[in-house]
Design a protein around this ligand. Sequence first.
Ligand SMILES: O=P(O)(O)OC[C@H]1O[C@](O)(CO)[C@@H](O)[C@@H]1O
Length: 427
Amino acid sequence: MHSDLPKLVEKYGVDVGKDVKQIVDAIERLKMELNRDRQFLLFHGSEPDKSEWNAFLTELPRPKKTFFRACWLHAECYLYRRIFSFFENSRFLHNYDCFDHLKQEDLMISDAAMKVLAQATRDLPKSFENFSKLLRINLWGNHFEMQLGAYPFGAEDNLKDINVLARVANIDKVLLVNDSTLVWNCLLKPGQNGTVDYICDNGGFEFFTDMVLLEYMVDHNLATQVRLHVKAIPWYISDLTRADVEWTMDYLVRHEDECLSAVGKKWARLMSSQKIVIAPTSYFWTGPQPYFVMVESDLELYRLLTDSKLAIFKGDLNYRKLMGDYIWDSAEEFITCLRGFRPTNICAMRAVKCEVVCGLPEGMADSLLRSDHTWMISGSYGLIQYTDSLKCSCALAGEESSDKPEHWGALVPARSERSSAVLTPLL
Ligand SMILES: O=P(O)(O)OC[C@H]1O[C@](O)(CO)[C@@H](O)[C@@H]1O
């Protein structure tokens, strides 16, 4: 903020200096509260979601209301919520995202990887193989998150070949569960509504990989429309907001590289023609609650999701909230851990960064631990998990039916691949 001050003064006048001082002081106080394990405070300013947050904080049992005693998810969400409240309650800086330059730098240092991805994915034919590669590229985009997007590419790389993408995303790293075929079959199922909800995670390079996948889905009628769910406020440093989406489009459209600029223009068109839209803002995504309470907590959002054929939840934080942040038995079924949260068919894609996991073959977690004690936090292992909202396995590939639409021919045998061997990640 101090380094931004001259720019801020230019924009708002010298009085903005008072805002900056107050915010920096408030952050210092917050650090002190954290260091001394103080009780969480209620919100009293102009935060639009303050009544939900205050109700949540009030209901927390007293011993679970301080930074070190609360569960990690609550403490972390509360921390980011407090940080933004300092801006919201300032005179000039209520829209200021103090993390935006990090997200922007992450995209800018990923130019080489973006160029390769862009070139290799133009006019990619519709096939399960290509779709599955894009899913994995997208998944590993979650591993790299911030500041790691710079990949070296040699002149010998054929940038038009999708296999070069293995270099970008290291797609052969260990996928512990791969339900890609179930996701593909879900997208091919006929139905009146072909909308897909995409619950985004990080901005920067990860969002670029999201868009490559989503573009492929709308181009090939795997989705008639995609709704992006972004964060209402700056969140967990790198999470995507509406302003980040706009900045990314603008950056790409103006890019000096012809291919990237064409990609930016195409994505801007997909957005203006409503093929890809930003869903209405919901503060539920920046609340502390697990997703199984969504139906009580944000019925409107829940209803919106019921209207789509698939909701894809990206990243570790979304996964934790899907699981209620419980340490489940790692062999427990995905659908069980959702605890009744089934607005629609659900896919979770995530690099494993914390101890919350389910759906693994019996014994796998133990053998992973023996071979790599960091497996749950390194982000080097991934999951693509899927469940039908009704868990109905009816009418998938191989079944006889006289009235199958033509494109059902493209269905692939439904299976969930679970790694049987414990492999060492390639990183
Ligand atoms: O960007 P992602 O994949 O949601 O990761 C965020 C996660 O990473 C951590 O910061 C570290 O594991 C968690 O707090 C959080 O759940």
